[in-house]
Ligand binder design. Structure first.
Ligand code: DC
Length: 222
């Protein structure tokens, strides 16, 4: 069993940036579980499947494979043999991922992949249900959040930095809708695990948040 750090929190809280840096500092591997849901969402969008049609969703899930590989230390996510790591980073895919993630067969497909990685490696794994459901015995659990305005602003700037046009108010609405969906679904909703450390990053720098996590991990390991 590896040493497991679980980081959960809402969209745009900075989980992937923080988890990636913390993993690097601790020489752990970083596992982005959102990327796995996004990959399934991409497959659903490409196949134009209505997610209310459970049979069609199940048929697609039985045909596709989602896997991750580490290339030069970076997590890459594959749909079959195709590296879709860049293609899944759109708001359309993110919104579909949030809807698809409410479906039991979708979650079931990814559960063993995620637990297997944590069993074999020291991981920093981020998502929505890692501390509560996937890795309930994780050595360290973090619930990372920030205000809706801060999260929307961060997403907006990410898109602008990539040269994409976007609307701040629309991003804010999307984030609020995704928060609602992710927190209110019947299966493995986003919530803070009882034993998770609560971190609000609204007024913290990236370095401060990474330090708060790595110092706790080192203390727990000692
Ligand atoms: O972290 P992200 O924005 O890439 O995640 C996309 C969606 O996937 C998110 O809105 C909810 C879902 N998700 C989930 O339900 N459980 C996880 N462990 C990770 C992501």
């Amino acid at each position: 069993m590896g040493y497991n750090i679980a980081i959960d929190g809402p969209a745009g809280a900075g989980k992937s940036t923080i988890a990636k840096l913390a993993a690097k500092e601790l020489s752990f591997i970083y596992v982005d579980t959102g990327a796995m849901y996004r990959t399934i969402a991409l497959a659903l969008l490409r196949a134009k499947i209505d997610i209310a049609d459970v049979h069609a969703v199940e048929a697609l899930l039985s045909e596709i494979s989602v896997s991750i590989r580490y290339i030069d230390g970076e997590q890459r996510v594959f749909l079959g043999t195709e590296d879709v790591s860049a293609l899944i980073r759109t708001e359309e895919v993110g919104n579909m991922a949030s809807k698809a993630a409410a479906l039991e067969p979708v979650r079931a497909k990814l559960l063993s992949l995620q637990r297997g990685l944590a069993e074999e490696n020291d991981v920093v794994m981020d998502g929505r249900d890692i501390g509560t459901n996937i890795l309930p015995n994780a050595e360290l659990k973090i619930y990372l959040t920030a205000s809706v305005d801060t999260r929307a602003d961060r997403r907006y700037k990410e898109h602008l930095a990539k040269g994409e046009t976007c609307d701040l108010e629309e991003i804010k609405r999307d984030i609020e809708q995704r928060d609602f969906q992710d927190m209110n679904r019947a299966i493995a909703p986003l919530c803070q695990a009882e034993d998770a450390v609560y971190l609000d990053s609204s007024d913290m720098t990236i370095e401060q948040v990474v330090k708060a996590i790595t110092e706790r991990a080192r203390r727990a390991e000692a």
